[in-house]
Design a protein around this ligand. Sequence first.
Ligand code: NAD
Length: 351
Amino acid sequence: MAIQVGIIGFGYMGHFHMRKVRSFPEDATLVAVYDIKEEALADAREEGLKACTSVEEFLALPLDLVVVSTPNNYHAHYAKLAMKAGKNVLCEKPVTMSAAELEEVMAVSAETGKIFTVHQNRRWDVDYLEVVSAVRSGDIGKITTIESTVLGERGVCFGWRGDPVAGGGMLYDWGVHLIDQLLMLYPGEKVVSVYARLLSVLTPAVDDYFELTFKFSGGTTARVTVGTFALQKKPRWFVFGDRGTLKLDDFSGQIGGMARIKADVKGFDSVVGIKSLGPSRTMAPLEKEMLEPLELPVVEDQPLEFWRNLIAAVEGKEECYIKQFQLLRQMKIVDAAFLSSEKDEVIKVEI
Ligand SMILES: NC(=O)c1ccc[n+]([C@@H]2O[C@H](COP(=O)([O-])OP(=O)(O)OC[C@H]3O[C@@H](n4cnc5c(N)ncnc54)[C@H](O)[C@@H]3O)[C@@H](O)[C@H]2O)c1
């Protein structure tokens, strides 16, 4: 029998999850919505769903899975309530507002035996999967630094995203996705230091720009930049290896390049004896014959994979891809980033 699904918070992401559930007509049925706004409930009725005006009425329904897609400050509250009512929970990101709050939610999941997982859907972004493939292949050597950048032009965190009480700001919004992606690149390593600088450039009260640098125990540095106001582009990814470089310009993963030096070229030694190389010998381009261009990795786009796995997990057939210990690491980095920015210090950690 198809699993019965309900959604708390029927806004942009609530509708997104409705479409995903409806992509699995045999295995999952969306039955109900709870929202505090009448427009959202009216919308739910138009979609043929039961529109609940209280959370008690909603949680009394025989639901197998509750999706929490409210503003960030309600995630922990509804997740705990739903698990205590015997429901499995998919929560939107950021999982919670802090690691301590997540630990409370995890305790309820352990007590009730209910699934608690989070929509870290950007683990399936094709640009990210290409970075994973390039890094794991070793094609560009040992990775020294990975730069992950997301920039917009409007300079605003709109709606509740501009409200600090609701968990607004870009570290909670984009930061958690980008931290999650980077942590999953090196699952066996610890993060040993965190430095962050959060700014309100055009949106008051929350960070509409941040820089975050964290270092892995294996020596790779991750550098994340998110800005809502940048009128020129930077690449989405820039990966420095000790034999080559990868650049991906945008989310499509189609534009960019990857190259490495040929096995017999030793980099610095290649300029010895060359007399003129423009304004700088050190920074002069490498001769073409020393270079080996590489094809960008080819990866599979799997837009339904997250939900396929989630349904299988609720049916008891698979484990969820997104695990609580991974979320806890992510939130500890978020906590350290807020602290680092406040103190303007590098925070030594073991995460
Ligand atoms: N995974 C992703 O890629 C992704 C993308 C966008 C947003 N999100 C996350 O999804 C969540 C929702 O974001 P959104 O863009 O859909 O916001 P939204 O404002 O479009 O929708 C939020 C909905 O929650 C309702 N709501 C507000 N307070 C509530 C409460 N106390 N109880 C019940 N309902 C309440 C609102 O009425 C609204 O319908 C956020 O946590 C956000 O970070 C995730």
